[in-house]
Design a protein around this ligand. Sequence first.
Ligand SMILES: *[C@@H]1O[C@H](CO)[C@@H](O)[C@H](O)[C@H]1NC(C)=O
Ligand SMILES: *[C@@H]1O[C@H](CO)[C@@H](O)[C@H](O)[C@H]1NC(C)=O
Ligand SMILES: *[C@@H]1O[C@H](CO)[C@@H](O)[C@H](O)[C@H]1NC(C)=O
Length: 193
Amino acid sequence: MASRKVFNQCLVLPILLMNCSVLLVQCGRPHSTEGEDLVTATCKHTLHFQVCNSSLRSVPISGKTSDLRVLAEIALNLSTAYAAETLTCVHELQSNSSAANNIYVSRCLRDCEEEFSEAIENLQHSKEALANGDCDKVDTLISAAMSDAETCEDGFKDLQQIEDYYSTSPLTERNCHFSELCSNALAITKLLV
Ligand SMILES: *[C@@H]1O[C@H](CO)[C@@H](O)[C@H](O)[C@H]1NC(C)=O
Ligand SMILES: *[C@@H]1O[C@H](CO)[C@@H](O)[C@H](O)[C@H]1NC(C)=O
Ligand SMILES: *[C@@H]1O[C@H](CO)[C@@H](O)[C@H](O)[C@H]1NC(C)=O
């Protein structure tokens, strides 16, 4: 229950704010103030500054580029890599016999497997759209990837409503972090418009 609440907070808030972000984007491209590099200036336009700052900096070229488009691509790469890792995690959970033997849990995991495969595809297509300068399409595809993760999480939420069966999602933290990475990638691509 607690983890569910945290997830809802982490997911719903960014989605609400994202609808307003059209207004925020009017501030234009990030401009660095003295002593501030492009990563810091860019991450200030995202909803999850710490995640943005630390994830982008885990890729060394982030600190060397002066091209916002490169940061956007890195943000998408990070989201894609995390989705792929999560898919591996789903496969590991599926190989846990006590989880796999539960018909409800295994159904949820199969859904998550499908959702994350789709999320990876959506994000790969979003990189192509970014390369083609089609920012609207990038938006749509990242948003689709975010709802894929949400659908995965919702499966477990529905499961909790089944009488006599209480199980929390083993993927809440991952779904949450994935949603933050995507939200950041979305905010960065919006700066390119
Ligand atoms: C951003 O991350 C770097 C490296 O992880 C850290 O040294 C720096 O303090 C962070 N910036 C802010 C403003 O938190
Ligand atoms: C993003 O990932 C692709 C595929 O792994 C790689 O070729 C490309 O160099 C990455 N982009 C950046 C900016 O790191
Ligand atoms: C396997 O699944 C059961 C039930 O979902 C869980 O209690 C247990 O911690 C899992 N084991 C591993 C190694 O993940």
